[in-house]
Design a protein. Sequence first.
Length: 660
Amino acid sequence: MCHGLGTRDEVDEDSLVPDPAKTLAEGAVLPWNSAGRSYMPQVAAEMGVRIDVPYAELSEREKDIVLHGPAEQHEVTLPSRKGRAFTLNMTYENAVAAVTQAGSSGSETTRSRLSRFFTTHTCPACHGTRYRPEALASHLDGRDIAEVTSDDLETLDAVAADLPGRLPEPVRALAERLSGELRDALQPLRALGLDYLTLDRAGGSLSTGERQRVQLARTVRERSTGLLYVLDEPSVGLHPANVEGVRALVGVLADNGNSVVVVDHDVDLLRAADHLIEMGPGAGRLGGTVTAQGTPAQLADDPASVTGPFLSGKADPVVRARRPDEDDGVLSVTVSRLYNLCDVTARFPLRRLTLVTGVSGSGKTALVLDSLVPALRRRLAGRPLPAHVDRLEAEGVTRLVEIDATPIGKNARSTPATYSGVLDPVRQLFAAAPEAARRGWKPGHFSYNTKDGQCHRCEGLGELSLDIQYLPDLTIRCPDCDGGRYNPQTLGVRVDGRTIADVLRLTVDEAAEAFADRPAVATRLTALQAVGLGYLTLGEPTPALSGGEAQRLRLAEALRTDQEGALFVFDEPSIGLHPRDVRTLLHALDGLLAAGATVLVIDHDLDLVANADRVVDLGPGAGPHGGRIVASGPPDAVAADPVSPTGGFLARHLRRARPG
């Protein structure tokens, strides 16, 4: 039984003995190599299994006892730590039972550790349908419930509209009412561009944006009133066509008598607001004040508003000189079949900026991240292409750099200063200071990861984690170093009047000014400024950075290396960016292009699309209605293409711009 999951986890017996050349006494059975089961080889010996020969040489009977032997009690003699022998009665636990019983515990950590011993298979009882045979015995219009829930939402809507008219008269009225309720539930999901989802789709396979839209649709269906809804960037990852659906549903929430507060940068969403509040004027320490508020029209005319020029159209969306795309060669990939892609060939000009666009579910990720990227990675490693990639032309591409939004570092020891390499020359400066030289301190002494330099109480973390029973751990600033990470002796050394803890408290912009005459430090800081991260504090933990900040931090690191022949692949780098920040990003991407790189970006942001050298638009729809390249060319050509799902929005975006 799969308990409605459609899959079952089964023990992979080969994983239990990864090295058959070992004997049982040498630890051949991996699940037995724990304190509570270390005596199992001795119990197996009492059951007739040789434990002093390699597992591979055991008889089939002996291997069966190791893997599936009965839970019998046997008397075994074990040595103590003092060398004395003692005898105990032990119950045998075979290798398979050791894994399954440990995996049945409630500990997520234990289950994660044991996952290497399991493989997932389709449930043989329900064949992946999740339903019992009795549930599948009932049919509607000749189909069981598993078949109906495998339909995508668009198909299901059409079935619900057509079905009542084909049913017998006695049940037609009931069918019309139920079908109407079903279609009402599907409407908000379809308005948000989720036509391609199926009802049986596993929730864990949904993207963050898909989950957020499902939650928004559910909220609208509840028809609540008098509530305050706070939506955090609902436009993230959405094509302009999908943003229209979000805008409509947010309007429904407000019309129902609710208050809706939306944190977002999408200009079309901003134009639809009743009231705007703009924070700024800058980021980090330069922000935190209300710089403008009012209706969209009022902000559009407010000279203090940073967003105003984008609302009014005074800010020209095209801020870089586009390059013709046929001069320096082409990167090409042909995908035979993957998801909704079928015999698709995409071409990307080398040393140019290409934007891959299309509605959610149109096949962008399948084309770029699931096909081009693994194919190129294999080609560069001298390995065969993936089975679904028929052909790859990549002459001139010598390196692949994939920049995504995953967190940087796993704990507070990772900071912008360590990731960017700024801290290395800074530590050298402090080691060269007279006081440090007198004490014979090396640069390593000024690392908060060494016992010499770190605060001894928090061990260089700058914070303490308090274990509160039955509640989440409480994190507080370290009372000894006040979050500075270093011990008092290390903080006795100063450079230009600052301790090294003072340096970590500086923003990138402040540090760039303070170390302007130190090239080894300044060049790294300049790269961070170039990607719009001047507001970051050098010592803040990188795991706390947003996805967009993590991408730009990686981009800053890339800007400092040779880019000739490199292909840079970005997955939605505009996430969380204000239109002005998008311009900064474009200038940074131009820096890569000037250094000889090729830049490929998956994104929906119309400012990014308008500045591309080439646009590759997938669609025209999502799921089975997508998977084709419907338009490819310069932005102006795509904007004029009536078939392109992005073209109409891009044309409107370009038309709104007018000279200052």
